[in-house]
Structures are given as structure tokens and as C-alpha cells.
Design a protein around this ligand. Structure first.
Ligand code: DAT
Length: 173
């Protein structure tokens, strides 16, 4: 059949979604979809929230834009929120987690303003994305992975690759 799974990689900004997605795409041959970039490139937003310096998402436009690309499978979707997507899109949902002391300097070195750093730190401390994922998808497809070090990132990429190979073997039998 040549059927391929769709994977969502989510987590607080700075936890390593984009880096992990790029590496996982390279390791698996799946296609990385950076939703933040897509929103900007196709103007799938209602302008900039100046207080938080981030785009106000137009969710309907975004879902419409992504529907056709998700249908054939084979995508690694990278975004900091996960509850807006249709549940049926994903076969695996990975939530990346980072310790406070590691996340803070990552956000600082991005040049985020204090308000945005604090908002994101609180998001990670309160496990906002993990809880969203658990509420939005079946428990058994949601996996929480630590992303503090390069070693952990490489291990996470290996796990994604192994999961995909197993998924393909099971779906073709
Ligand atoms: P996100 O897409 O979640 O916002 P990113 O992939 O852009 O995160 O990573 C933010 C920065 O942190 C970037 O400079 C790479 C670094 N980083 C991310 N995950 C890491 C990890 N597990 N180990 C070491 N550095 C990491």
C-alpha cells in the first residue's frame, strides 16, 4: 500500500520540536511540516499579538490548508499547541519536555521578551501541552519524552524511527 503514519511533535516553545522534527524527518524519510512557518508564509493568522509578540492563529484557515497535506500520511507536524487539530490526523503524538533550568536560557537566547519567557516557563511548569495532548488524543498514542540534552534528542529520534518501522510492519501485515 505504501501507507505512512502522521506524527505530531508538540511541546512548549524551546523544548526542541523543530530540531527533533528535522532530525526525525531525515532519519525516517517522512516530511517535516513546520506549522509556525506555514502560518506566517500563508498568512493563516489575524495579525500579531503585540503584547506577546506572537501571531493570532486563524484555526479554520490553518486546518483547511493542512487537510490535503495530511490525507496521504507521511508527515511530521511540529507545533506548540495540539488541541486544534482533528484527532483522526495523528497516529503518534509526542510531547517534548524540558527542565526549567535548561529551558530558561534557551528562551533567553532566542531574544524573547520577559513576558514571553515567563509565559512559556509557566506553560512548561504547568504541563499545559501534555494535558492538552492527553485530553485531545487517545492515551496510548501520547508519549512524553525528555528533551534536555543532545543525547536525549538523538535517543528520541531513534525511538521515533523504531516506532515508524514497527507501525509500517504492522499496517502491511
Ligand atoms: P522548539 O521548536 O520546540 O521551539 P527548537 O528545536 O527550535 O525548539 O530548539 C530551541 C533551541 O534549543 C535550539 O537552539 C536547539 C536547542 N535544543 C532543543 N532541544 C535540545 C536538546 N534536547 N538538547 C540540546 N539542545 C536542544
Amino acid at each position: 500500500m505504501g501507507y505512512l503514519p502522521n506524527i505530531l511533535i508538540t511541546g512548549t516553545p524551546g523544548t526542541g520540536k523543530t530540531t527533533t522534527s528535522e532530525m526525525a524527518a531525515e532519519a525516517t524519510g517522512l516530511t517535516h511540516v513546520n506549522v509556525g512557518d506555514l502560518v506566517k508564509a500563508k498568512s493563516l493568522h489575524e495579525g500579531l499579538d503585540t503584547e506577546y509578540d506572537s501571531y493570532i492563529l486563524d484555526e479554520d484557515k490553518l486546518i483547511d490548508e493542512m487537510e490535503d497535506m495530511m490525507r496521504p500520511g507521511g508527515k511530521i507536524v511540529d507545533f506548540h499547541t495540539c488541541e486544534i487539530f482533528p484527532e483522526r490526523w495523528f497516529d503518534l503524538v509526542i510531547v517534548l519536555r524540558t527542565d526549567n533550568g535548561v529551558l530558561y536560557p534557551r528562551l533567553e537566547s532566542r531574544g524573547y521578551n520577559a513576558k514571553k519567557i515567563n509565559e512559556n516557563m509557566e506553560c512548561e511548569i504547568m504541563q499545559v501541552v501534555l494535558e492538552e495532548a492527553r485530553e485531545s488524543y487517545e492515551e496510548q498514542i501520547v508519549i512524553e519524552l525528555e528533551s534536555n540534552s543532545i543525547d536525549q534528542m538523538e535517543e528520541n529520534v531513534s525511538r521515533i524511527k523504531a516506532w515508524m518501522e514497527n507501525w509500517i510492519a504492522n499496517s502491511s501485515s
